[in-house]
Each structure stands twice: as C-alpha cells, then as structure tokens.
Design a protein around this ligand. Structure first.
Ligand SMILES: [Zn+2]
Ligand SMILES: [Zn+2]
Length: 166
C-alpha cells in the first residue's frame, strides 16, 4: 500500500444531504462510525454511466443503504435499468442522476455531484478521493480522464472486475 493510501487525516462527515436540481427529491445519508471513506470512494467510466450522467466520469460514493433516507416525496423519482437488477435513479422533472444501486447489495452508490455544495466544499475529499474502486478504466480518454485519478491511490480496474491496471 502506498503511503498516501493510508493517509486518513481529512474531515469526515457523519451525515450529508443532497438532492436533484429542481429540489423535488432530497435525501440524507448517515454514515456509520466505522465508515471507510477511502474504500467507499470510487468512479466509473463505463458507457452506461457516461450516457446516464452526461459526465465522462461518474464519481460515486458507496453508502450503506440503511443509512440512506428520503427527506421529500419520491413522486418524480424513476429507476431505469440498463442492466437487470441495477437501479439507475433519476428525477423525471429535472433529469438529475441521483444514484446507482445493485439490488443484490446492501449499499447505494450516491452520485457525488448531487451532494449539497456545503458538504462538497467541507467534505469533498472524504466523498470523492477515488481511493476505492475505479472501474471501466479501459474507457479512459487520453489526456482528459486518464489524469483524473491519483495514481498513488485506489485501484484501477480495466473493466468492472478482473486484474488491476494502473
Ligand atoms: Zn428534480
Ligand atoms: Zn458504470
């Protein structure tokens, strides 16, 4: 393990809020005391996530599902399945992509871009340090997204599993 991967002296939130662009859907995430902010922070560059988010890199933070709750109604929430069993949730009013979730897991991959700005400015590193799993890196765009991840941290997978590729 590299030295920076063990660095753990950054501000960590106990709870965050976020929501979609139009405000119809608001949520809160409470993190357990032992939440690993390094391991839970990752990204995906697969074509599904790119098309879904409109961003070249989907920056995700995996939270325990039992710490996630809605603060509003979910009337405008829709789940799209590009792959069976994998939820891609978005607001049908404004289009914000909120999370990715494997229904067989007990986690939820929050789209970090929809976390409220005050939490991003205070806890951005905790939420988006990319020290966890960074997948589908074979889709990296030279000179653009291949410089995004700190090569001293995290694991780059060429696809969603298999051999690590740095
Ligand atoms: Zn919305
Ligand atoms: Zn993806």
């Amino acid at each position: 393990m590299s030295e920076s991967a063990s660095v753990d002296n950054f501000p960590k939130p106990t709870s965050i809020t976020g929501g979609c662009l139009c405000g119809s859907i608001r949520y809160q995430v409470d993190f357990p005391k032992d939440h690993d902010f390094l391991k839970a922070s990752g990204s995906c560059q697969c074509t599904q996530c790119r098309r879904n988010t409109g961003a070249l890199i989907f920056v995700a933070h995996t939270a325990p599902l039992n710490g996630f709750k809605y603060l509003t109604s979910t009337e405008t929430l829709k789940k799209y399945y590009a792959t069976p069993g994998i939820q891609r949730a978005f607001c049908t009013n404004c289009g914000s992509f909120l999370y990715w979730r494997d229904e067989s897991s007990d986690g939820i991959d929050i789209a970090v871009g929809c976390v409220d700005p005050e939490f991003l400015s205070e806890f951005g590193f905790a939420l988006a340090n990319s020290s966890g799993h960074n997948v589908w890196c074979e889709n990296e765009i030279k000179g653009v997204t291949d410089h995004f991840l700190n090569k001293e941290r995290g694991i780059k997978w060429s696809q969603n599993s298999g051999s690590a590729k740095m």
